[in-house]
Design a binder for this molecule. Sequence first.
Ligand code: A3D
Length: 320
Amino acid sequence: MARAKIALVGAGMIGGTLAHLAAKKEMGDIVLFDIAEGIPQGKALDLSQCGPIEGFDAKVTGTNSYEDIAGADVVIVTAGVPRKPGMSRDDLLGINLKVMKSVGEGIRDHAPDAFVICITNPLDAMVWALREFSGLPHNKVVGMAGVLDSARFATFLAWEFGVSVKDVNAFVLGGHGDTMVPVTSYTTVSGIPVNDLAKIKGIDASRIDEIVQRTRSGGGEIVGLLKTGSAYYAPATSAIAMAEAYLGDQKRILPVAAYVEGKYGLDGLYVGVPAVIGANGIEEVVEIALSDEEKANLKVSTDAVEELLVACKGLDSELA
Ligand code: A3D
């Protein structure tokens, strides 16, 4: 059987980390694409030379030509610009929308059968734009955010409870922004709801609220520390988990920015929801029961995504 082909569009901090992870896991052959000349080629050469030390069999190549992504099974998109301190994800809208146009067209022309995972911010709007520009089916274009946001939530909870991160199953819904909805009612530690475990451990409910807030601003916390860009290790790790779910037909239920039509009262919007990922891409959006408060919070979050989409559609007509 031929090896899988993984195309990484954007060979910056996340792109390079994605390539390293995918090579180490021998997920397939890897093509790093970027508009910056030399960067993808240099990173590919450097990563290839990890092979003899780490013992992986993966061909890693770098390119500035979309022709080289032809036949990719998975395309992961990080092309664009990241945040700097003081910037919100939404500040990136105009510049990254133009990038999504060229990337979407490149995928449409050269890798139309791929499963496409978008990471570029502002995520929920960029995944919508990438789908529009590529013309691929909605089930084959998805955004990575919920896996990362849930991992941040799980990390902070594990620290607070003094338990292994392996036992924390955390859930974050909604848009990938300050209004995201960490859902404590579906967050458990080895099956024990976190609010119950907090009571058992004598942890005040206000601490859980603080952790919810820290999760919401988890990306900004890292931007503030790095000063020159945003997080990349955990974002790359999250997208790799999604790519593995697709390539291995794993039917994992992961929180992802999927196209939601009908469920959660939404009428055609990309937003963070639990979804099944298997060989057909996004195979099902899972609608979970939410309390009135959670529903209200989700509404605030989806309204923020819709607002961004309006801005996006305005700019989109300028690009046409
Ligand atoms: P960075 O290291 O700057 O890499 C971006 C790369 O994109 C650079 O190498 C650019 O040369 C390249 N690029 C720019 N324009 C194009 C183009 N038209 N075609 C191809 N390549 C291009 O950024 P990064 O890797 O740190 O972050 C990439 C994106 O991910 C940013 O938009 C971040 O905001 C976003 N991000 C999202 C999350 C989520 O959880 C959704 C987390 C962290 C970062």
